[in-house]
Design a protein around this ligand. Structure first.
Ligand SMILES: Cc1cc2nc3c(=O)[nH]c(=O)nc-3n(C[C@H](O)[C@H](O)[C@H](O)COP(=O)(O)OP(=O)(O)OC[C@H]3O[C@@H](n4cnc5c(N)ncnc54)[C@H](O)[C@@H]3O)c2cc1C
Ligand SMILES: NC(=O)c1ccc[n+]([C@@H]2O[C@H](COP(=O)([O-])OP(=O)(O)OC[C@H]3O[C@@H](n4cnc5c(N)ncnc54)[C@H](OP(=O)(O)O)[C@@H]3O)[C@@H](O)[C@H]2O)c1
Length: 535
């Protein structure tokens, strides 16, 4: 990773590149700035801890009313107005606590505020709007007055300190062997969801159910070759000590075009094109297509501007890993790991777009290939320590993944607690993932109850929360017996709707007012009896 200090003179743009001395100097400065905010981790954990302790003690009450993944960023920032910078930085994040950045939202913002983390572009669900807001807040950092020392934020430092073990963080992946894939949907389905198996015996990684698996995928060669053709460059042009083609496959994201690419183009062109590129770099949308502009679409949109390959690569974002909930149990099948992956494919205009990692797993690796991976430890998503505690699991679609793992684990360890799974998907005849396995678990008694909801079998949508309401009385009885509740899957709509159904059930069958029912569910969360893994 690049470490830029004020005394480092960066020569990113080679003397041979087709720029004047003034242009070369400007571009070197431009990329040095980018690398300082996007790539460097300038402080050691000890230094980070020292600054971190200074960043808290700022009179904040610790409340986070913006911590709701369904709120738009403008509302979140409004709720954080008047708060210390680190809290406003937290509000800029997507609030999913999904772990993709290597932290939760609170710890990531604390680490940035303490200058222990300099990468401002790690919040995948927040995307460009989070990165832009963080950049603007970061600029306020140096102006902010020093705060009184406090120990309130040490967890972030603990995260920083533990990320270096091999295969235990995005910063230190290890190779795992891809074993096989199997399509989980049957003919007639609108979905393409794969059961994926990895062999961990070579890298020696283990995991606990509830953990996620981080994957470093590579870009599609076909897409890379189209980008190279649009650039008018040669595959073999040397960049970063490898060929341009290798760099585009392995190092940089070709998905949403970053502001830095628009900035680069604005510098290399003039007139109306420059204005347009500048506007896009500032988050404006002059032609109403900004949301659809991936890197290739940008090259098509600005056909007269052809940056030098080296400058082009440096203007792109690094490829980020993707997380997947682990759907197997190390206790049941040591050394093996499974995932349940929904393939992202869609069309914009006439062009087919593909998700990076899901299609990599679905079609671009072969049995025996090695993939760079890591285990992302779950924070607050785990089986209860007491194996007798009943569990209620709500996981439509790929949300079933960690619950398959929970069930396999409870079977392997002989946990006597009752298990209730709510699963749903589009159609019963083609989207019933793990149907034979789940039915066998039901027959054997491991799965005490299996409640299903098919959204497209009938004329009217029917979701897991509709099924929950139907069996609300029994669900309340399980809760009253001390059951834990788990939700996994879509963060934007499903998780919130399911939580609302739970509140209604508590109110109706637990004889409480709506406010009391909300407080009851809030208490379940505080006690760790209501846990979520949503994305
Ligand atoms: C903790 C955690 C656990 C997860 N577990 C799972 C899991 O078990 N299974 C699983 O399948 N996924 C899971 N995910 C999601 C997963 O990490 C990836 O986000 C997902 O696979 C997409 O990644 P990708 O690289 O294939 O697509 P990307 O290259 O990231 O593309 C996805 C982007 O494409 C765009 N897009 C997608 N569809 C459309 C559309 N129809 N129209 C326009 N734009 C669109 C959106 O901007 C979207 O963000 C999990 C995520 C987290 C954080
Ligand atoms: N970042 C990404 O690109 C990416 C990639 C994969 C998945 N995801 C997200 O992860 C989620 C999981 O995808 P998936 O393939 O596992 O399945 P999914 O698309 O979530 O669908 C699973 C089931 O949930 C239903 N559903 C839709 N809205 C719901 C709601 N508000 N409440 C309850 N159920 C609802 C669906 O019904 P209908 O479809 O019939 O309405 C379907 O029956 C997706 O929703 C998506 O947002 C994101």
């Amino acid at each position: 990773m690049n470490q830029i200090t004020p005394t480092t003179k960066l020569e990113i743009i080679p003397a041979s590149a087709p720029f004047s001395e003034a242009q070369r100097s400007w571009l070197n400065g431009f990329f040095a700035g980018l690398l300082t905010t996007d790539g460097a981790v300038p402080l050691s954990p000890e230094q980070g801890a020292a600054v971190m302790q200074g960043a808290a003690g700022d009179g904040d009450d610790g409340e986070a009313p913006w911590h709701d993944q369904t709120l738009p960023i403008a509302d979140r920032m409004r709720l954080a107005e008047g708060r210390p910078l680190r809290r406003r930085m937290m509000a800029a994040m997507a609030q999913q606590d999904c772990g993709q950045c290597g932290y939760n939202c609170n710890d990531y913002s604390d680490a940035i505020a303490a200058k222990g983390e300099a990468r401002l572009n790690l919040c995948v669900p927040g995307g460009k709007e989070t990165a832009r807001m963080l950049k603007s807040l970061y600029e306020e950092l140096d102006k902010a007055p020093a705060a009184v020392p406090s120990a309130a934020v040490t967890p972030a430092v603990a995260v920083t300190a533990t990320i270096s073990a091999p295969g235990r963080s995005r910063d230190n992946p290890v190779p795992a062997t891809f074993l096989s894939r199997r399509l989980l949907n049957k003919q007639g389905s609108e979905k393409e969801t794969w059961h994926i198996d990895f062999d961990l015996s070579g890298c020696g990684l283990d995991y606990v159910v509830g953990d996620s698996f981080g994957i470093f995928a590579k870009n599609d060669v076909g897409l890379v070759d189209q980008v190279i053709a649009l650039l008018g460059a040669s595959h073999t042009t040397a960049v970063r000590g490898k060929t341009l083609r290798e760099a585009l496959i392995e190092d940089v994201s070709l998905s949403p075009a970053p502001d830095s690419l628009f900035e680069l183009l604005s510098y290399l062109t003039g007139g109306a094109e420059r204005e347009k590129a500048r506007a896009l770099a500032q988050g404006e949308d002059p032609d109403g297509d900004a949301a659809t502009l991936d890197v290739m679409a940008v090259l098509q949109k600005f056909p007269k501007v052809r940056p030098h390959p080296e400058a082009f690569i440096e203007a792109l974002e690094p490829l980020q890993p993707r997380l997947y909930s682990i759907s197997s149990s190390h206790n049941a099948t040591p050394g093996k790991l499974s995932l349940t992956v929904d393939c992202v494919r869609y069309v914009v205009g006439k062009r087919k777009r593909i998700g990076l990692a899901s299609t990599f797993l679905a079609e671009r690796i072969n049995p025996g290939d090695e993939v760079r991976v890591y285990v992302q430890k779950a924070h607050g998503f785990a089986l209860p320590q007491d194996p007798k505690i009943p569990i209620i699991m709500i996981g439509p679609g790929t949300g079933v993944a960690p619950f398959r793992a929970f069930l396999l684990d409870r079977k392997a360890t002989g946990a006597p607690g009752k298990n209730w799974l709510f699963f749903g998907h589009q159609r019963s005849d083609c989207d019933f993932f793990y149907q034979d396995e789940l039915n066998a678990m039901k027959t054997s008694g491991l799965l005490t109850r299996l409640s299903l909801a098919w959204s497209r079998d009938g004329a009217k949508k029917f979701y897991v929360q509709d099924r929950m309401r139907e069996v609300g009385r029994e669900l309340w009885n399980w809760l009253a017996e001390g059951a834990n509740v788990y939700i996994c899957g879509d963060a934007k709509r499903m998780a919130k709707d399911v939580e609302r159904a739970l509140v209604d059930i508590v109110a109706q069958f637990g004889a409480r007012s709506t406010d009391e029912a909300i407080a009851f569910v809030g208490e379940l969360k505080k006690k760790g009896r209501f846990q979520q893994d949503v994305y």
